[in-house]
Design a protein around this ligand. Structure first.
Ligand SMILES: Nc1c(NC[C@H](O)[C@H](O)[C@H](O)CO)[nH]c(=O)[nH]c1=O
Ligand SMILES: CC(=O)[C@@H](O)COP(=O)(O)O
Length: 154
């Protein structure tokens, strides 16, 4: 029986991070978590590039540009979409998740979904480095695992 699972070793791998500025109080924490995870798993600082978008809605386009550049082994998408008073949240959240998934499939590259979609600011804070951990850290670990899993399947 042969089982494939990506090792959590980041040496020699290159990562692009696309992070949205909207709700920067939260997304900065997600970015810190992602950078912490990459470095603690052996990724060199020079092998990480970061692109900032105005909001989460713009993430898929920049993720696609990064993936198509072939400069990285994986792209990590970080954002925080927090519900307001109108249905705008649903449109943004739906398009961002769909867009990011489509980029990964269309470019054949791991594009990891690290975008918080929460009803309240408190829910976002809890997931950006406090009680529920840091979803940016988790997304970066997922990126490392996916890169190595894909290498194993070659
Ligand atoms: N409300 C949030 C937004 N809204 C902005 C959109 O993402 C986009 O930048 C704008 O509609 C222009 O295209 N963005 C977030 O990242 N988080 C939000 O909570
Ligand atoms: C997710 C959003 O776009 C949201 O923050 C916008 O807030 P509102 O619905 O109150 O305009």
């Amino acid at each position: 029986m042969k089982i494939y699972e990506g090792k959590l070793i980041g040496e020699e791998k290159k990562f692009g991070i696309v992070v949205s500025r909207f709700n920067e109080f939260i997304t900065n924490k997600l970015l810190e978590g992602a950078l912490d995870a990459l470095k603690r798993h052996g990724v060199k600082e020079e092998d990480i590039e970061i692109a900032w978008t105005p909001g989460a809605f713009e993430i898929p386009l920049i993720a696609k540009k990064m993936a198509e550049s072939k400069k990285y082994n994986a792209v990590i998408a970080l954002g925080a979409v927090i519900r307001g008073e109108t249905p705008h949240f649903d449109y943004v959240a739906n398009e961002v998740s769909k867009g990011i998934a489509n980029v990964g499939l269309s470019t054949n590259m791991p594009v990891i979904y690290g975008v918080l979609t929460t009803d309240t600011i408190e829910q976002a804070i809890v997931r950006a480095g406090t009680k529920a951990g840091n979803k940016g850290f988790d997304a970066a670990v997922t990126a490392i695992e996916m890169v190595n899993l894909i290498d194993e399947l070659k």
